[in-house]
Design a binder for this molecule. Structure first.
Ligand SMILES: [Zn+2]
Length: 413
């Protein structure tokens, strides 16, 4: 056993620190923290009142109104599980010249900027983020998991499968590519099955290619999230892929099929496009961002509002929360809640659940995060205000705990 452990250590960068908590646990029990709250959303759509949440180590161990002494008094605030963003690009930054530098840079500047994105995302109340599109996410994910950096728990895809028609490869070549991402440390597989909507959104993978990608991932125990518009939504759903990103121009029949198959939908009601428009001078002229593309965005924004409104009416369709956060929007992820409620006509509690228990379920983490109940990770945030009455309360995150560690507490300033 001992020699096996040493061999493993040779390959695990954070081995020494990973062993520390075990050594400590043998000597003392984990610290107990009691949080008092007057309003607690459980993450599944229910509200608990005047209670106390007991945390030991990284987990919630009890909900007990009589527990004490109180370490954090969050009465007067809205307490809920840390939010889950299903779609970010955490390493996407503006470069030294202030222009869009894309994602995946590993220069010292890019690395620090990515770490700052992660910290901003955490302080905005997002304790878990699925970053889909760059293998540089892996080192950031591991640094945060090893507690060397503050940030949300990250799940990532490593490199995505980018559809390029027949050039993408044969089904066997696609299967080999998916296996390579698993070996690289992917938690999920990202697939681009459509062009950018700014270029028309045509399909870039055939049904046969999508079947191969999603089937191989499933065999490896990995989920698949597919960037898809129009026809690609139906094809990816029929291919048994786990989740559709964007979904713009999907028909009601496509959405009903998704509901039947249990395919998750992750639409964007506004933040990603609002951020592009706000930072137009930083994006324009960089790869993929033209005047024509910007002209199309306004139209896409109304199509997206319409999609969220329509999708919300489809019985049984599981709609998760994802922002597609790129440079400029990290730490502003909660704006998407406001867009969903204001422009997508989504009920505020449904919007909260989409980023809590439902978001966790879509990641296969429904027994670990997204709910305030004994046995779950102590990912707990508090808002100044009631998002059910005023959705802009999501901008006022005053307390953030992730895995039992408090990263922000400005509630009593
Ligand atoms: Zn994206």
């Amino acid at each position: 056993m001992k020699s096996a452990k040493l061999i493993v250590c040779g390959f695990v960068l954070l081995c020494a620190s990973a062993l520390l908590p075990t050594a400590r646990a043998q000597n003392s029990s984990p610290r107990r923290i009691v949080i008092a709250a007057s309003v607690v959303f459980d993450g599944k759509g229910h509200v608990m009142r005047n209670t106390r949440i007991v945390v030991e180590g990284s987990k919630i161990v009890a909900i007990d109104p009589k527990a004490g002494p109180v370490d954090y008094d969050l009465r007067g605030l809205t307490v809920l599980p840390g939010w889950i963003d299903a779609h970010v690009h955490i390493t996407w930054i503006f470069g030294k010249d202030g222009k869009n530098a894309g994602q995946g840079g590993i220069s010292p500047e890019a690395t620090y900027a990515a770490a700052a994105n992660a910290y901003a995302t955490l302080l905005a109340g997002f304790t878990t983020a699925q970053s889909i599109g760059s293998s540089a996410d892996i080192i950031l994910r591991d640094a945060i998991a090893g507690r060397t950096l503050p940030g949300p728990r990250i799940l990532t895809s490593a490199d995505p499968l980018v559809g390029r028609g027949p050039q993408t490869g044969t089904p066997d070549e696609i299967r080999a590519y998916i296996r390579k991402q698993k070996e690289a440390g992917a938690d999920v597989i990202k697939i681009f099955a459509s062009q950018s909507i700014r270029q028309g959104g045509a399909m870039t993978l055939s049904a046969e290619q999508l079947n191969a990608a999603c089937d191989e991932a499933r065999k490896l125990g990995l989920r698949t999230v597919v960037h898809a518009y129009k026809d690609a939504v139906r094809v990816a759903t029929l291919a048994g892929c786990t989740q559709i990103e964007h979904g713009t121009l999907a028909t009601d029949d496509d959405l009903k099929l998704m509901a039947e198959k249990g395919t998750y939908l992750d639409p964007q009601a506004g933040l990603v496009i609002e951020n592009y428009l706000l930072n137009k001078n930083k994006y324009l002229g960089t790869p993929g961002y033209t005047e024509e593309g910007f002209a199309a965005m306004q139209k896409v924004l109304s199509l997206n509002h319409e999609l969220v409104q329509r999708a919300s009416q489809i019985r049984g369709l599981k709609i998760v929360f994802g922002t597609d956060a790129v440079a400029g929007s990290h730490g502003h992820n909660a704006e998407e809640f406001i867009d969903r409620v204001r422009d997508g006509k989504v009920d505020p509690m449904t919007a909260m659940v989409s980023a809590n228990s439902l978001g966790a379920e879509a990641m296969g983490l429904q027994n670990q995060i997204g709910t305030i109940a004994p046995g779950f990770q102590a990912d707990i945030i508090a808002l100044a205000g009631d998002p059910l009455k005023d959705i802009t309360a999501v901008r006022r995150v005053v307390f953030v705990m992730k895995g039992g560690v408090v990263y922000k507490n400005v509630s009593r300033r």
